[in-house]
Design a protein. Structure first.
Length: 167
């Protein structure tokens, strides 16, 4: 898309996607999705030319964002509310490979990359596994999540993971 929402453009924030896979889409903002609510979706390999490779201005519940990228900031997501999501392996050229702005609750935001702020910036972060430890928010921790096989794409948690029953 030349504009926003390369994979999905929701004209209303009340639009809902359930159990979808948004892969290899591109747009200026929200390469995978723009607005709307995404439940149990996987966003992978999407590109936001300006910001937010995976999703922008959206609510994501129980979603996985992996391998998305942004030309500037927010490789995984930007200005979103994320609940019980996993963001890993996302990148940004300038800053914030994971999440730029928005609210994160009970999420794993780890192993994202950018020259500055690899995992998050300007976000409200509560009960999340991320690094560095947020200066505000509640219940956050920095211990590595211990995925079963991140390189192989298996993001289930090992039994000894500090994320198990931690949210």
């Amino acid at each position: 898309a030349d504009a926003v929402g390369g994979g999905v453009f929701c004209e209303s924030s009340s639009a809902v996607l359930f159990n979808c896979m948004l892969t290899a889409n591109a747009g200026t903002y929200g390469g995978g999705a723009y607005q709307g609510t995404l439940n149990q979706c996987i966003l992978t390999g999407n590109f936001g030319a300006a910001n937010s490779g995976g999703a922008y201005l959206s609510t994501l519940n129980n979603c996985i964002l992996i391998g998305n990228s942004a030309g500037v900031s927010g490789g995984g997501a930007g200005a979103c509310t994320l609940n019980n999501c996993t963001l890993t392996g996302n990148t940004a050229i300038n800053s914030c490979g994971g999440v730029s702005g928005g609210t994160l609750n009970n999420c794993i935001v780890y192993y994202n990359s950018a020259p500055t702020y690899p995992n998050y910036i300007g976000s409200i972060v509560n009960y999340c596994c991320t690094t560095p430890l947020p200066s505000s928010g509640t219940g956050n921790f920095t211990a590595a999540p211990l995925f079963v096989d991140q390189a192989g794409g298996n993001l289930r948690l090992q039994p000894s993971s500090p994320c198990v029953n931690a949210g």
